[in-house]
Design a protein around this ligand. Structure first.
Ligand code: DQA
Length: 149
């Protein structure tokens, strides 16, 4: 049987990890996150593709791809979390297709500025993991492993 593939999608400014507010997001960069996700997924017996875009349309198209190819998704929507109804509508299609969508945030948005306390993605996500740094992605991969058994 072919290995399950999980898409790990990251929204705007997450390409700046390591440089961007390291006190909030840590000192490791996106490349290091991708390496760790690949290792964690290997250990769990599935594959991952880690992607990042600052472009809302591109992230929406990646969600469509996941729906069409039946790939579970881990999504850090970054700032799109708080206002992108287009991304929420795409995410709802994963829900309809019965595919897991785990929303991950490196920081804990609930403990930060007021505008970060609302997510338009959470209502259509299977689960949301916040405030655990890169470990949140590991837990999301483990959750998908359990859900897709
Ligand atoms: C973030 C939190 C968002 O509020 C913010 O816009 C980000 C990153 C996080 O991973 O903690 O860009 O999603």
């Amino acid at each position: 049987m072919a290995k399950m593939k999980v898409l790990v999608l990251n929204g705007p400014n997450l390409g700046r990890l390591g440089v961007r507010e390291p006190d909030v997001y840590g000192h490791q960069n996106l490349h290091q996150l991708a390496r760790q996700c690949t290792q964690w997924a290997n250990d769990l017996g599935f594959s991952v593709e880690v992607r990042q875009s600052d472009d809302e349309a591109e992230v929406i198209h990646w969600i469509h791809e996941a729906v069409d190819n039946h790939n579970p998704v881990i999504l850090n929507p970054a700032a799109f979390t708080h206002y992108s109804y287009g991304l929420a509508d795409a995410a709802a299609q994963l829900h309809t297709a019965d595919l897991p969508l785990i929303e991950v945030h490196i920081s804990n948005p609930a403990s930060r500025e007021a505008f970060r306390r609302h997510s338009v993605i959470s209502p259509v996500a299977t689960s949301t993991i916040t405030g655990l740094g890169f470990v949140g992605y590991k837990l999301a991969l483990e959750a998908i492993g359990e859900l897709e058994k």
